[in-house]
Design a binder for this molecule. Structure first.
Ligand SMILES: Cc1cc2nc3c(=O)[nH]c(=O)nc-3n(C[C@H](O)[C@H](O)[C@H](O)COP(=O)(O)O)c2cc1C
Length: 154
């Protein structure tokens, strides 16, 4: 399968999880691209328009995995803007994950993956699994392994 992993990552946590998902999928024989979403204004004020700089094209992938950090108890504005401008996710399997600093998912993680899911379903994705890595949780490594497994189901 031809798979795209598309991440927004400011400080590298989300990117590091994405690299592990990529390795795992490649071991299963898939062809995987890992691409980053970036913005000209990486720190937009609330309600400021995000100006995307790196805006990866996904039309050639059979399945897409989106990853992003939680910012202010919500999905990062850069990933939100990126997802919203995708024309369609029809006929694509989509999994999503977020990383967040706080140890518990009710402090923004759950809300953020739900935001991602809502946009992807509106774009007609065949929506699959979600995952959350709570970076300051003592069981972080276990959480990463869970996300590698769940988001690696394509
Ligand atoms: C502007 C900003 C806001 C953040 N808000 C939250 C938050 O509400 N909840 C949380 O758990 N972590 C929050 N964090 C921490 C990041 O979600 C966390 O460090 C994440 O793993 C960073 O991913 P990255 O390294 O891929 O950018 C925030 C970080 C930044 C820079």
């Amino acid at each position: 399968m031809n798979i795209g992993i598309i991440v927004h990552s400011r400080t590298g946590n989300t990117l590091s999880v994405a690299k592990r998902i990529k390795e795992s999928l490649e071991q299963k024989g898939h062809s995987v691209d890992l691409k980053r979403v970036t913005a000209i204004n990486e720190e937009p004020a609330p309600n400021e328009t995000v100006l995307l700089k790196d805006n990866p094209e996904i039309s050639n992938y059979d399945a897409v995995i989106f990853g992003a950090p939680v910012h202010a108890f919500s999905l990062s504005q850069v990933m939100s803007a990126y997802l919203k401008q995708i024309p369609s996710l029809e006929n694509k399997r989509v999994n999503c994950f977020v990383t967040q600093k706080f140890p518990f998912s009710f402090l923004g993680g759950n809300h953020s993956v739900n935001q991602m899911k809502k946009i992807c379903v509106e774009k007609k994705a065949e929506f699959g699994n979600t995952g959350i890595v709570n970076w300051s949780n003592k069981k972080r490594e276990e959480l990463i392994k869970n996300v590698v497994e769940s988001c690696g189901e394509v």
